[in-house]
Ligand binder design. Sequence first.
Ligand SMILES: [Zn+2]
Length: 261
Amino acid sequence: MEQFTALKIDNWQDRAGNVIAKIPGKSSERAMAITAHKDEIGMLVKSIDSNGCLHVRRLGGSKCSLEELEICGVRPGTKVVIGNHRIQPFRLNDYIASYTLDNKASVAILLELAAKIIAPPVDIYLVASAKEEVGAIGALYFTQNQKLDALIALEICPLADEYPIESGEAPVLLSQDNYGVYDEFLNAEIRQAAKKADIPLQLAVIDGFGSDASIAMKFGHVSRGACLSFPTQNTHGYEIAHLGAIANCIEVLATYCMTVH
Ligand SMILES: [Zn+2]
């Protein structure tokens, strides 16, 4: 929020926890939004045994006594994430490596877009959405309350043998995921913006996945949704992505936002 304010862009946090920045368009008759979820995959404490070991859904183990845990407010149902000391991004040549690149890299893209998009043709909302990993709850709340012509979600795209995606600088535009088919006309506009910016795009259909955009479309909150992503290794683990793909997402979306009509 401080960074949006430093750019003199109106911003606020809504009741669902979304952080929203609004860049007014030359015309306010239409509006579109770009979301980057600000939450990360974590763990939930299921139970605490007599040795003070935490039993969580994905990882276990704690070196605290029962009393220390209680003082810290740790109880069944407490949410757990990997400590900050282990999630500092690390640069490997042209790649960036970190836990929770999903979706901190996309939030970084939003901040860059905030600096680049000046006087767009329509209102642009940049939304750091809450609770995406538990069902796109923040994006659903936002899209229920804000009428939009289009919603583009920023995501990571898993690099896996089953997908025809290559690591490197080319962002990935999704055609379909578990929640449905993305809007082909919006996708065509994004491909056109990429062409204008001279940036190659990869296309993919992804399984076992839903984004803010596909879920908001499925619930009827927005009619046109798209998902722009960057190829990432080890999704939801120690994630590695090409910095060029992240930078190219910025260029594609900035070009799109400045030429949308
Ligand atoms: Zn994500």
